[in-house]
Structures are given as structure tokens and as C-alpha cells.
Design a protein around this ligand. Structure first.
Ligand SMILES: CC(C)(COP(=O)(O)OP(=O)(O)OC[C@H]1O[C@@H](n2cnc3c(N)ncnc32)[C@H](O)[C@@H]1OP(=O)(O)O)[C@@H](O)C(=O)NCCC(=O)NCCS
Length: 167
């Protein structure tokens, strides 16, 4: 668990609060166009959490007892890649637009470098996701390139930007 003055980062669970909160983080239009796999029902949210909670660094963002978002550092078990992780994040819409996304990503990134001794953390985001781009920039990530036509969703090819921070 990581406590800051703005939020707590803790393991995500299969509690009603976490399943409902995790679902709500994915339901609005912005979230739906930014995530590749956005759960649309409680059952889908539950099964995503179930699948991901075994990952050691899949964390809920809690603010005043509410599920405010999530952040994860996905590690690669292959010894040749174990110095690196992929970051993912999202906030409940009630908590966006007040600097929390940046604080959450900075906190998780510092944790990855200082506690997990990672050397590289990367993250993908869509070129139209201005909020996420700024969060990554402000957290010290550098744009490494654009993966052209990386995904095929709803009949369209979508590009992904790849951002990374190394130490
Ligand atoms: C991305 C996300 C986590 C950002 O969190 P946030 O708390 O709203 O972001 P912050 O308040 O820290 O703002 C960071 C920067 O983005 C800018 N920003 C925020 N929302 C924006 C928007 N909708 N359009 C353009 N810029 C935006 C802010 O102005 C700020 O930049 P500035 O410091 O230059 O003014 C949040 O918007 C979110 O959960 N979005 C949906 C899910 C998502 O896209 N996840 C990431 C997938 S890669």
C-alpha cells in the first residue's frame, strides 16, 4: 500500500466497491475510446479484476473511501525483460481534471524505479488522448514513436503512441 496526501494506492479486490468502481472508470465516452478492453457490465468488470488481481502491482486508487481509479505496472517474467514494465492507468470521471492522474502516474513510476528497481517503464496511448499525453509528459516519459495501425477496433485501424521513461 502506498499512502500520499491525496490518495491511497492499494491492491484491487473483488469487493462490490472495487467491481462497481472499476466498471464506472470504463463507462464514459472518453474511457471507451481510450481503452482497448473496456468492461461494459459488472460481470465483465469482475472477470477483468479476477484476471488482473494476480498481478502483483495492479492497484486501486482510493480517495476518501471511494474507488477513484486504478494504476498498474505490468512486469515481464522473461529474465531478459524483467528490468522493464508497462504502465496503465485510468480515473473515475468524478476525479478527473484536477491533477490527480499526474500524481498517480508519478507515484506509481517512482515506486517502479525506487522499490521495484525497474530500469524502463513504458506506456501506450492513443494520439487523440490529450489528457494521457500530458500526464505522461509531466511524469517524465518521452515519446519513442508511433505504432501505426497498431489495433483494429470497430472497423478502424488505430495508431498507438509509445512513451517510456528510463533511468
Ligand atoms: C488520462 C487521465 C488519467 C488523466 O487524469 P487527470 O487527473 O484528468 O489529469 P490531470 O488533471 O493530471 O491533467 C493532466 C494534464 O492533462 C490536461 N488535460 C486533462 N484533461 C484533458 C482533456 N480532456 N483534454 C485535454 N487536456 C486535458 C490537463 O490540463 C493537464 O495538463 P496541463 O498541466 O498542461 O494543464 C484521465 O483523463 C482518464 O482517466 N481518462 C480516461 C482513461 C484514460 O484515457 N486512461 C489512459 C489510457 S492511456
Amino acid at each position: 500500500m502506498i499512502k500520499t496526501k491525496d490518495f491511497v494506492l492499494r491492491s484491487i479486490t473483488l469487493s462490490k466497491k472495487d467491481i462497481q468502481g472499476y466498471l464506472e472508470c470504463h463507462l464514459d465516452k472518453d474511457a471507451q475510446r481510450n481503452f482497448t478492453n473496456a468492461p461494459r457490465t459488472l460481470t465483465e468488470a469482475k472477470s477483468e479484476i479476477k484476471k488482473n488481481m494476480i498481478l502483483p502491482h495492479y492497484l486501486a486508487v482510493e480517495i476518501d473511501g471511494r474507488f477513484a481509479g486504478f494504476v498498474h505496472l505490468e512486469l515481464n517474467k522473461n529474465p531478459k525483460y524483467k528490468h522493464s514494465a508497462v504502465i496503465g492507468f485510468g480515473l473515475h470521471k468524478d476525479f478527473r481534471g484536477r491533477g490527480l492522474g499526474t500524481k498517480v502516474v508519478k507515484t506509481a513510476t517512482n515506486y517502479g524505479f525506487r522499490k521495484l528497481k525497474l530500469v524502463r517503464i513504458s506506456g501506450l496511448c492513443r494520439p487523440f488522448n490529450k489528457a494521457s499525453i500530458r500526464v505522461l509528459e509531466k511524469s517524465g516519459y518521452k515519446l519513442e514513436g508511433v505504432l501505426k495501425k497498431s489495433k483494429f477496433i470497430n472497423g478502424k485501424y488505430l495508431d498507438d503512441m509509445i512513451w517510456a521513461k528510463v533511468r
